[in-house]
Design a protein around this ligand. Structure first.
Ligand SMILES: CC(C)(COP(=O)(O)OP(=O)(O)OC[C@H]1O[C@@H](n2cnc3c(N)ncnc32)[C@H](O)[C@@H]1OP(=O)(O)O)[C@@H](O)C(=O)NCCC(=O)NCCS
Length: 177
């Protein structure tokens, strides 16, 4: 996977040593409450270890899951994802829709600084320069903070959809320039 740099951030591969941060991040209801059809928090550190292993073993020419690190302090701030988004359907696991999704999960200690936007803009740029033609983001209808990130990075609201994840979501889209 390709590491990315912005003014204030490094986006890099998740390391096994990041498990404490990942567990702290994903064990918070404040972070998880809008994620997934049935939001759930992590309850054991081993879940964070498993998640990091899965992210590290992803082998795709463009899709990736990055750990976002603050250059100034070296602290981890969150996650940026570029991935295949599953279509709604009956079969489990859900089948890929063929669309590419961007997503972000940040630690509440690092909200309100523009880090999610800065990291997401870099990932969009990387996706388009790698040949991706269109990127979607989906948020829970109540997830206003995430919808603001979508708009700030130039995504357009395309209404509500039930096309993905067997959930009713707000859909945002952006096409390659
Ligand atoms: C969604 C989420 C990443 C948004 O985080 P965020 O810190 O609000 O997002 P941004 O990076 O865009 O930061 C923007 C905020 O920083 C402020 N800010 C401060 N300095 C800034 C700077 N240099 N540049 C830009 N914004 C700055 C902005 O004013 C803005 O605050 P406002 O929304 O009160 O106006 C965060 O709420 C989160 O991780 N939630 C839990 C996980 C989740 O729901 N993920 C999305 C699933 S769809």
């Amino acid at each position: 996977m390709q590491a990315l740099e912005t003014d204030r951030l490094t986006l890099r591969i998740w390391e096994p040593d990041d498990a404490d941060f990942a567990f702290d991040l994903y064990s918070r209801w404040k972070v998880q409450r809008f994620i997934g059809a049935v939001p759930q928090v992590m309850v054991e550190r081993s879940q964070a270890v498993e998640r990091i292993n899965a992210w590290r073993s992803k082998d795709h020419p463009v899709h990736a899951v990055w750990a976002v690190q603050l250059k100034a302090s070296g602290q981890l701030a969150g996650t940026l994802l570029l991935k295949s988004i599953p279509a709604s359907g009956e079969s489990l696991p859900l089948r890929p829709s063929g669309d590419t999704e961007i997503g972000w999960h940040f630690h509440p200690d690092h909200w309100g600084h523009g880090y999610a936007c800065e990291a997401a803009a870099a990932v969009l740029n990387y996706a388009f320069s790698s040949g991706v033609k269109r990127v979607v983001a989906v948020t829970a209808p109540g997830n206003v903070a995430s919808q603001k990130v979508c708009r700030r990075i130039g995504m357009s609201h395309a209404g509500q959809t039930s096309e993905y994840y067997n959930s009713l979501c707000e859909l945002f889209v952006v096409s390659a320039p």
